[in-house]
Design a protein. Structure first.
Length: 637
């Protein structure tokens, strides 16, 4: 069943294209247009022919005159060059195409559109030259009742098209301009769409694998080939030699088609593919060489034409071979790539088989339609791939968010357990630590057996006991700080400074220290937990009170600098030795001035609170020159 389903969708696509080409053959084909038809140099038409939706296609009835024939009846598209099958004759030269328009009706201004004239041309009506150049030709004239002689003279020296190969169209000016606008819009879309796809997906050429890379190259080749329409439409200076770029683009398309089918089938490394790739690489070089030799060797144009046809046939059979070989068990991308490439190969074959039987009126040739289908398929694949990547990214993001949430819960649990452990440890150790101090004091008071050596041991034990007591006090302090879990609130800096002054100026007066708080000149706010702000300034100001002698100063100030709140706590105390400054914010570090009473946690806690609020803290100090702590906090809007 799976194998059957693998075939059903590609076959449905293939059948849809067969139906589409059948409708195209009858609905957008110059050679299936209704009469009038020319004959023996004359085309008779009337007003009704000019009123219908489609123009009159001047295919039949022309008389050709060149170096080997005079007034030879022909139809446009019968011969691609002036050689006309005779390999001993030069394919280039001068030619004249003549058709008499026999009109029966009221006078009307009409236009004639001559598409893709690869030779230098001169177009006349009733002996009056109306246009000349190379590229697309366009004339307008007054069509009155009677006969009007339309003459096209061409001169060619290079290329494999010579003379007039694509049938001109006659109709009202409005009708032909409308048809040209529709056709120009269609070709502009077909040019820019693959080019944009190739440019926007160029980053996938490495990361997206060979399939993406070759699809991108196919888009570039297709855009280059489609550009030929505008080269002829605007009669660009390169039009005379554009057949070389056109051929290279078409050969590149064929090579990409076979490469893609081989990749999609999973057989791009086999020996058969190595042989096919060699042939497909050598043939374009030979074909381009033949193009350049056409002006020198008369038979080169015929050999080039046959080899080009062979190249199309090889492309078709290679695409069919790899499509049949690899269409089973592939992903939808692989199956549709194979199907699209096979359809393109079939369109090349149809273009060959229906030569002089099909030419589009408004839109594209068969293989141009299929090339556009492949480009759209590429776009759909890129959209599908991007959508799949987004879905995978969303799933991965959700998974990571879930993992982060679980990990966060685990870490929070571990932190809470650690906090509880240290809290319990501090609580349980208080009794034996203070009991030890009591025993030491009891031994000292008794004096029994206390000699110099024992007194030294007791001093050491007491110092260790006091150090242990300070550590336990620090653990208790950290535990109390960790218990503050309230949300941050918007705190006015002005009010905060007022509260600091009210809280500490009394203690400063008792110690005969002058305590100043400089108010902020403009209102500002910061986001914080009030309890932690209190702990922050409590540690800084008590440290300052300890370090500042009588008649000293403690100064607290705040300002706004570079959009941040800058708070400075300065004193005129003993200062901090230069060698201690790098360590003062470390946990349990006690400076020389505080060895007897410090816990080594005050400034550590200050640093932690400042960092938690997204701020920074710095210190300026010298021994006997006072200390200045400088803090900066982000403002709250």
């Amino acid at each position: 069943m799976e194998r059957q389903k693998a075939w059903q969708q590609p076959l449905a696509v293939f059948a849809a294209f067969v139906l589409f080409f059948s409708l195209l053959f009858y609905g957008d084909n110059k050679y299936q247009a209704p009469p009038p038809y020319g004959k023996s140099g004359v085309l008779a038409l009337n007003e009704d022919n000019l009123r219908r939706n489609n123009p009159v296609f001047l295919i039949d009835g022309w008389l050709l005159t060149d170096g080997r024939a005079a007034d030879k009846p022909t139809y446009i598209g019968e011969f691609s060059n002036l050689q006309r099958g005779d390999l001993s004759v030069w394919p280039h030269g001068r030619a004249r195409y003549q058709l008499t328009l026999r009109y029966d009706g009221t006078p009307q201004i009409v236009a004639v559109d001559f598409p893709q004239l690869s030779s230098w041309y001169s177009i006349s009506a009733d002996g009056k030259e109306l246009a000349q150049g190379i590229g697309n030709g366009w004339i307008t004239f007054l069509l009155t009742s009677g006969d009007h002689v339309l003459t096209v003279e061409t001169t060619s020296k290079s290329g494999y098209y010579s003379g007039m190969y694509y049938p001109p169209m006659l109709g009202t000016v409005e009708m032909l301009l409308r048809m040209r606008s529709i056709r120009s819009f269609a070709y502009a879309l077909a040019f820019f769409l693959p080019l944009v796809l190739a440019l926007f997906t160029i980053f996938l050429w490495r990361s997206g694998g060979s399939l993406s890379r070759w699809f991108g190259i196919l888009c570039c080749c297709y855009a280059l080939y489609i550009f030929r329409y505008f080269v002829f439409l605007f009669s660009m200076s390169v039009v005379r030699y554009w057949f070389l770029a056109e051929n290279l683009a078409l050969y590149g398309l064929c090579f990409c088609i076979v490469q893609l089918t081989a990749l999609a089938s999973g057989d791009s490394r086999g020996k058969a593919w190595q042989w096919v790739r060699g042939v497909l690489s050598v043939l374009p070089v030979l074909l381009i060489t033949l193009c350049l030799m056409i002006p020198v060797l008369p038979w080169a144009v015929y050999v080039h034409s046959r080899l080009t046809d062979s190249y199309y046939i090889v492309t078709f059979f290679c695409a069919a071979f790899y499509a049949v070989k690899g269409i089973k068990g592939q992903s939808w991308e692989g199956r549709y790539t194979l199907t699209g490439c096979l359809v393109f190969g079939c369109s090349l074959l149809a273009n060959l088989l229906f030569s002089n039987l099909f030419e589009p009126i408004c839109f594209f040739w068969q293989f141009e339609w299929c090339g556009l289908f492949l480009v759209l398929l590429f776009g759909a694949m890129m959209i599908s791939r991007s959508r799949r990547l987004l879905q995978e990214n969303d799933a991965l993001t959700n998974h990571l968010e879930e993992q982060v949430r679980k990990r966060t819960e685990e870490i929070n649990g571990l932190l809470n357990e650690r906090k509880a452990f240290f809290s319990d440890l501090a609580h349980d150790l208080k009794a034996p630590v203070f009991a030890t101090q009591s025993f030491i004091e009891a031994i000292r008071r008794s004096g029994v057996g206390v000699d110099t050596e024992l007194r030294s041991y007791l001093d050491q034990a007491e110092a260790k006991q006091q150090e242990m007591a300070r550590r336990l006090q620090g653990l208790s302090t950290i535990h109390e700080l960790d218990k503050i879990e309230g949300e941050r609130v918007r705190i006015s800096v002005q009010e905060m400074l007022s509260e600091i002054y009210a809280a500490y100026h009394g203690e400063a007066e008792v110690q005969a220290v002058y305590f100043f708080v400089e108010p902020l000149r403009e209102e500002a706010f910061l986001m914080a937990q009030p309890e932690k702000i209190n702990i922050l300034f409590e540690n800084l100001i008590y440290n300052a009170l300890k370090a500042t002698p009588r008649d000293g100063n403690i100064h607290v100030s705040a300002c706004i600098e570079d959009g941040k709140i800058r708070i400075v706590v300065a004193d005129t105390g003993c200062g901090i030795p230069k060698e201690e400054l790098p360590f003062i914010f470390k946990r349990f570090y006690v400076g020389a001035n505080n060895r007897g009473s410090g816990t080594g946690l005050g400034l550590y806690i200050v640093h932690g609170i400042v960092a938690e609020l997204g701020g920074t803290i710095d210190v300026c100090s010298e021994a006997d020159m006072g200390t200045k702590f400088i803090m900066e906090f982000p403002q709250s809007v």
